[in-house]
Design a protein around this ligand. Structure first.
Ligand code: C5P
Length: 302
């Protein structure tokens, strides 16, 4: 972190910080569609150590600042930014005691990239502001408020391994899921989630079945390897580089590769963090214009 960024997070002991971890869809099965157009999904989800970082400080008036490698891409988007929508929605719910706040977002994750950046930021805003404002909400009220911000926001509130069903709101923790050494790679071409869903040919695909009592890294990797991301085919039509990324991750030793969310970020699971870091620097050398990140995911036991 640069000294400029660090100062945003250590400016005052009365402020709080929150991590907005990258969300990784280890599996994403599209099993149907609701009458309102939203798709029914079965997802096995984990979260990575890498992510965005948010700082919250009491202020005279509301303010929002950005830094980080992808901060500039978001500048000027203050009307639709999910961080500000989360702040406003929470304030509406909590009322007058929700005093003005300076929110700083260090944007480390690429935008519209299938690893939940915006959703993770919104969830971190809800968590951070409740801490700053010294208030809490019942779990059910908080998750329905999160769902209003986006289908992935309730799971990002959890930020630990889980299975999500419905449109993402029916969440079950997966404490047995181990940590994985991973490389994330993205060609820095944003993907529109609605557009990927629109291109999806089959909406009624087989559900995700994980054998009960799965344990150990190799057992989980076998199970994940036989699952799917049903959005991969339509996303490849929009971003042909996805095919190349998956091939490159395999060529550098990934045990399993897959696209996350609606893309275009793909991940490879490696035998160790040393192997992941080696693969990431080789990939970065070959494609310096891509986002490439070695990271460890959190384990279900955390
Ligand atoms: O809820 P969120 O803002 O993340 O969704 C973005 C868009 O993706 C929705 O407007 C919808 O078109 C599509 N979507 C969907 N089914 C889901 C989640 C999202 O069709 N389960």
């Amino acid at each position: 972190m640069s000294s400029e960024n660090r100062s945003h997070f250590s400016a005052s002991c009365s402020g709080v910080t929150e991590e907005a971890r990258a969300k990784i869809n280890l599996a994403l099965h599209v099993t149907g569609q609701r009458a309102d157009g939203y798709h029914l999904l079965d997802m096995l989800v984990t979260f990575a150590e890498c992510g965005d970082r948010l700082g919250f400080l009491p202020a005279q008036a509301d303010a929002f600042t950005l830094s980080g490698p992808f901060g500039e891409t978001l500048a000027g988007d203050s009307g639709t930014n999910l961080v500000l929508r989360a702040r406003d929605l929470l304030r509406e719910t909590l009322g007058a005691l929700a005093f003005p706040v300076h929110i700083h977002l260090q944007k480390n994750l690429p935008i519209a990239s299938g690893i939940g950046g915006g959703s993770a930021d919104a969830a971190a805003t809800l968590r951070g502001l409740m801490r700053l404002w010294g208030m809490s909400l019942p779990v059910e009220s908080l998750s329905s408020l999160a769902l209003k911000l986006g289908a992935d926001v309730p799971m990002c509130l959890e930020s630990r391994p889980l299975i999500a069903r419905g449109i993402g709101e029916r969440i079950e923790a997966v404490p047995q899921l181990p940590a994985f050494a991973m490389v994330l790679a993205n060609p820095l071409k944003g993907v529109s989630t609605p557009e990927v869903f629109r291109r999806l040919a089959a909406k009624n695909n087989p559900a995700l079945h994980l054998a009960p009592g799965l344990s150990g890294t190799s057992g989980w990797l076998t199970a994940i390897g036989s699952a799917r991301n049903d959005l991969e085919a339509p996303a490849r039509e929009l971003v042909p580089e996805i095919t190349v990324i998956l091939q490159m991750l395999r060529a550098h030793g990934a045990l399993i590769t897959r696209m996350s969310g609606s893309g275009a970020t793909c991940f490879g699971v490696f035998t160790s963090m040393a192997a992941a870091q080696e693969a990431a620097s080789a990939l970065h050398g070959e494609r310096p214009d891509w986002y490439v990140q070695a990271t460890e995911t959190v384990s279900g036991g955390m």
